[in-house]
Design a protein. Structure first.
Length: 366
């Protein structure tokens, strides 16, 4: 009887920031001959469309103190405990070789069960500041892998800089040839993370409309906006004669990034990793109320290398943004240098580094 393939359990929360790197590791481990199970919640399940079909998706009830009324908050510890017990029984049955957490509240049951059962386990922190859940487990796991460097870690905890793993659709376009701005059709991509961003919908269209006509006549915009903002954003572009695609979610972001002359984006860890691996100039607007201001930390490396311009939300106006867009789109050499700088800080091998850590943990656990 042939030996069963080793099982990796990946636990990840409900936003693209947690799910995309989880997908990248899943793709890698399947190619290495592992079985992969993903533990996430209903929100996270929305981002599983790109996961390989052979990944088993297990939905868990997500409980967080951040949402709901007094009664809901009172019940949270009991729901979490129930989730941990259920995950423990499943782990005793499934016997995973390794458990990897990518953060987010839905990762708590699997990570707590792995700790209780002394299973080899690790966390991957995408941002420059540990998220709430990863902070809980940082001292309780075998390995802390860091996507952004440096990452602020608790005293006594040493991190390993792996970089943020990117999906196969991004790796296919790693270092794709960059067409510098010029008197021909150009593309500007606006993304606010996997969930869009209201402030970008408020400011970006007006900033683009202020650009000189000589530039505007060549420009095509792809703008990811929330459902509630989409109609007014599309109407603004149409009223100003600017060709634009406005959607709540683009399923082909890597392709759009590779075709863009400039990207305007939040600085979530996955977005920053994708931009640097493909190698494109960007204007980053960190989310002001992100926990621990981690989006500013995420943007720092790309900005210091000269690959991105960072505008804090407090200084974001249509005029200021328009000026920065023009500074990139009006200088062919400057844009090319930004693209090269972005590429210079990329870590396309991040998923491979994570795979090695998983395999090392599995060997130690035997």
């Amino acid at each position: 009887m042939s030996e069963q393939k080793p099982l990796l359990i990946i636990a990840a929360g409900g936003t693209g920031g947690h799910m995309f790197p989880a997908q990248a590791l899943a793709e890698r481990m399947l190619r290495a001959g592992w079985r992969v199970k993903l533990s996430t919640d209903a929100r996270g399940a929305r981002y599983t469309g790109g996961f390989p079909h052979s990944v088993e998706i297990e939905e868990v009830a997500s409980s967080t103190f951040a949402r709901g009324g007094a009664l809901a908050k009172l019940l949270v510890p009991f729901r979490v405990l129930g989730g941990v017990l259920a995950a423990s029984f499943k782990m005793l049955r499934d016997k995973p070789a390794v458990v990897v957490g990518f953060g987010g509240y839905p990762s708590i049951p699997a990570m707590a069960a792995a700790w209780l059962l002394r299973k080899p386990c690790m966390i991957h922190e995408q941002n420059g500041v540990l998220g709430r859940v990863n902070k809980i487990f940082a001292k309780r796991v075998d390995v802390v892998a860091c996507g952004t460097w440096p990452t602020t870690l608790p005293e006594g905890v040493e991190g390993i800089h792996t970089g943020n793993p990117v999906r196969g659709t991004v790796l296919e376009r790693a270092g794709a040839g960059y067409i510098t701005p010029g008197p021909y059709p150009m593309s500007l991509l606006v993304i606010g993370g996997s969930q869009g961003a209201r402030i970008l919908s408020d400011v970006v269209p007006a900033a683009i409309a202020m650009l000189p006509e000589a530039l505007l006549m060549h420009l095509r915009v792809a703008h990811q906006a929330r459902d509630e903002d989409g109609e007014r954003v599309a109407a603004f572009y149409a009223d100003h004669g600017i060709p634009a695609e406005v959607e709540p979610f683009f399923h082909d972001v890597p392709a759009r990034m590779s075709e863009a002359q400039l990207i305007i984006s939040r600085s979530g860890a996955s977005s920053v990793a994708d931009i640097s691996v493909i190698g494109r100039p960007s204007i980053l607007i960190p989310y002001a109320v992100a926990a621990g201001d981690h989006q500013s930390a995420n943007a720092r490396g790309l900005a210091e290398a000269g690959g991105a311009i960072v505008i804090p939300e407090s200084k974001l106006t249509a005029e200021a943004l328009s000026e920065q867009i023009l500074s990139v789109m009006d200088t062919e050499e400057g844009a090319r240098m930004m693209a090269e700088a972005a590429l210079s800080v990329s870590k396309p091998e991040a998923a491979e580094e994570l795979q090695k850590l998983v395999e090392e943990l599995a060997q130690k656990g035997k």
